[in-house]
Ligand binder design. Structure first.
Ligand code: FES
Ligand SMILES: [Fe+2]
Length: 348
């Protein structure tokens, strides 16, 4: 058995909820598996393997009919459980004629897919309510990255890079000089960097008018396999705004497409300026610029990693500790999952 690169029995973000409109399904590859994502007339979401069991045409060539998906080749329909519901010409439906089915859920403005064989556990979906609850103004986005998802997890858990990679948006004083405090509790990694009386950052100047010195904070919560919630805040140096209060948060879901490609679903969300299109636009343009800078770096890393026949290991420094801890936890969970799979196979 080859070394796994993702945790099977977990939820992954398959799409932003707003992507599913009308009768057009979405074709996407998740963890090397081609799937079709669709929303029935009743609003519920379904995810099936993107291969019609009749003659193997992609189901995504078809369209949604009622609460089922109709294959684009000969018009056979399948419901959200993958069960065939209709064969043109009034032919009887064999009861075991099915498309592959994946558990799917819509929560926090995202569509989630469960990739494993064990029963899907909704409690494992991370708390990203700030992407959907009233009182928050989310600005969501997506990037396809040509790299392994763990490189982007590392990137998000070590924001010292903002100073060098995001000079016109997220940079600012205090970041490289202030140590990252890291805490590991069970499978969760939390970290923070609190900075006082430092140069402002372009994003806080543009969004909040903070032009002089500021107090600034970066707070991270990482849950396996690929979820990172970041709270970013600032106040005029010495002001009374409580430390830790967000100016904005960034919710990140990094879904493996393959071992070397990643669906990066993000949402920058804030509890102020609700309905203010200008502020939305400011966030969209700054964050898109910054995340495309990240894309260039992580893809360049992947090219060199893929070209390295010797598998040379990374070198770690204290500012890598959060990312390193997240990698260690994921590695343990993947080994445990693999060992449990082997035990089950041996018992059968
Ligand atoms: S291949 Fe789908 S209906 Fe024939
Ligand atoms: Fe970045």
């Amino acid at each position: 058995m080859s070394t796994p690169y993702y945790l099977r029995n977990h939820w992954y973000v398959a799409a932003h909820a707003f992507e599913l409109t009308g009768t057009k399904p979405i074709a996407r590859t998740i963890c090397d598996q081609a799937v079709v994502i669709f929303r029935g007339e009743d609003g519920e979401v379904g995810i099936l393997g993107d291969r019609c069991p009749h003659r193997f045409a992609p189901l995504s060539t078809g369209e949604v009919c009622g609460n089922a998906i109709q294959c684009g080749y000969h018009g056979i329909r399948f419901d959200r459980d993958g069960q065939c519901t209709h064969i043109p010409g009034g032919l009887p439906v064999p009861h075991d004629f099915k498309a592959k089915h994946y558990p799917a859920l819509e929560r926090h403005g995202f569509i989630w897919i469960w990739m494993g064989e064990q029963a899907a556990n909704p409690a494992l979906i991370p708390d990203f309510h700030e992407n959907a609850d009233p009182g928050w103004a989310p600005v969501p986005g997506y990037l396809n990255l040509f790299c392994n998802y763990q490189l982007m997890v590392d990137n998000l858990l070590d924001l010292t890079h903002v100073v060098f990679v995001h000079k016109t948006t997220l940079a600012g004083g205090g970041v490289t000089e202030t140590p990252l405090e890291v805490k590991v509790e069970g499978d969760r990694v939390s970290a923070q960097r609190m900075m006082f009386n430092v140069d402002t950052a372009p994003i806080f100047r543009a969004a909040r008018g903070l032009a002089g010195n500021i107090d600034r904070w970066q707070i991270f919560e990482a849950t396996p396999p690929c979820y990172i919630k970041i709270t970013l805040g600032a106040r005029e140096a010495g002001a009374t705004t409580p430390l830790g209060e967000p100016v904005h948060m960034v919710l990140n879901g990094l879904t493996p497409e393959s071992a070397t490609r990643t669906h990066y679903f993000w949402s920058t969300t804030r509890p102020w300026g609700l309905g203010d299109k200008k502020i939305d636009e400011l966030y969209r343009s700054m964050i898109e610029l910054a995340f495309n800078e990240d894309k260039a770096i992580v893809e360049a890393q992947q090219r060199l990693i893929s070209a390295d026949a010797d598998n040379v290991l990374f070198v770690n420094f204290p500012f890598d500790r959060a990312g390193q801890s997240a990698r260690r936890i994921l590695k343990r969970l993947m080994s445990e999952e693999q060992a449990a799979g082997k035990k089950l196979a041996a018992a059968e």
